[in-house]
Design a protein around this ligand. Structure first.
Ligand code: ATP
Length: 231
C-alpha cells in the first residue's frame, strides 16, 4: 500500500517581479484523490499547478510528485498535464496529434476510445487550426490522458465547453476516480468542484484561505458558491 502523498507541497513561493503570485502555500494530495483548486482570477492557481508540472521553477519551498522532484524524467510516463497552450502544429489533424502523442508512451491509452469519450470521433480528420475553442480543449484533455497516467493535472478542464462537453469531461474524471488515478484540477466552477472533488483548496491573492471537503466548506452557507464568496 502506497502511503506517500501523490503530491506534497511545502512552503511554496513564486513571484513575478513585484507580484507575489504564490505565498507560502502548503498542501498534500493523497493517492487516488480528486483535489480541486478554486479561487478568483490572479489568485495563483495556475502558477501553483505549473510548478507541480515542472513548467515553472519555484523561488522557494519544496514540491514532491509521486515522491520525486517535479523535473524527474521518470515522471513523464506517470503524469499527464493538460496545457492551455498546446504547442501543436496547426496542420496536424486530431488523429495525427493523438497518434503522435500515443507513440511517445510504451503503454498508451486507446486513443480512439479517448477521442470517443470526448466527442472527437467526427473531428479526427480536422486540422488543429480549424477546431473550435471547445474542440481544442477536448483534444488537450485527451492528450493529457493518452499516456494512461497515474496522476493528471488539469487546468480549467471545462472552460469553454458546452453543456454536453462539460458532461463528457465530468464523466471522464469520474472514470479516472474509478481507476484510482490522482487528479489535481484548477476550476472556476464551484459546481464542478462540488461534483468532482474529494477536497478543495480555495486560493486568494496567492494564499490558501480554506481547505476542506466541498460539503464541509459549504456547511452553514447553503452552497459552495456562497461559501467561497464569503471567504
Ligand atoms: P486565473 O483564474 O485568472 O487563471 P490564477 O489563479 O491561475 O488566475 P495565476 O495565473 O497563477 O493566477 O497568476 C497569479 C498572479 O501572477 C497574477 O497576479 C498574475 O498577474 C501574475 N502572473 C502570472 N503569470 C505571470 C507572468 N508570466 N508574468 C508576470 N506575472 C504573472
Amino acid at each position: 500500500v502506497e502511503r506517500m502523498p501523490a503530491i506534497e507541497i511545502e512552503h511554496l513561493n513564486k513571484r513575478y517581479g513585484a507580484t507575489e503570485a504564490v505565498r507560502d502555500v502548503s498542501f498534500a494530495v493523497e493517492p487516488a484523490e480528486i483535489f480541486g483548486i478554486l479561487g478568483p482570477n490572479g489568485a495563483g492557481k495556475t502558477t501553483t499547478v505549473e510548478c507541480v508540472a515542472a513548467l515553472r521553477t519555484p523561488d522557494s519551498g519544496s514540491i514532491r510528485v509521486l515522491g520525486r522532484d517535479p523535473r524527474d524524467r521518470a515522471l513523464r510516463a506517470l503524469v499527464g498535464v493538460q496545457l492551455q497552450e498546446s504547442g501543436l502544429q496547426d496542420k496536424l489533424t486530431v488523429q495525427e496529434a493523438l497518434e503522435l502523442y500515443a507513440a511517445c508512451y510504451r503503454e498508451p491509452a486507446d486513443w480512439r476510445a479517448l477521442a470517443a469519450g470526448l466527442g472527437l470521433t467526427d473531428r479526427l480528420g480536422t486540422r488543429y487550426a480549424k477546431l473550435s475553442g471547445g474542440q481544442k480543449q477536448r483534444l488537450s484533455i485527451a492528450l493529457a490522458l493518452i499516456g494512461d497516467p497515474r496522476l493528471v493535472i488539469l487546468d480549467e478542464l471545462s472552460t469553454g465547453l458546452d453543456p454536453r462537453g462539460r458532461r463528457d469531461v465530468w464523466a471522464l474524471v469520474a472514470g479516472l476516480r474509478e481507476r484510482g488515478v490522482t487528479v489535481l484540477l484548477v476550476t472556476h466552477l464551484t459546481e464542478e468542484a462540488a461534483r468532482l472533488c474529494d477536497r478543495v483548496a480555495v486560493f486568494d491573492r496567492g494564499e490558501i484561505v480554506a481547505l476542506d471537503t466541498p460539503a464541509a466548506l459549504a456547511a452553514g452557507h447553503g452552497d459552495l458558491d456562497s461559501a467561497v464568496i464569503s471567504l
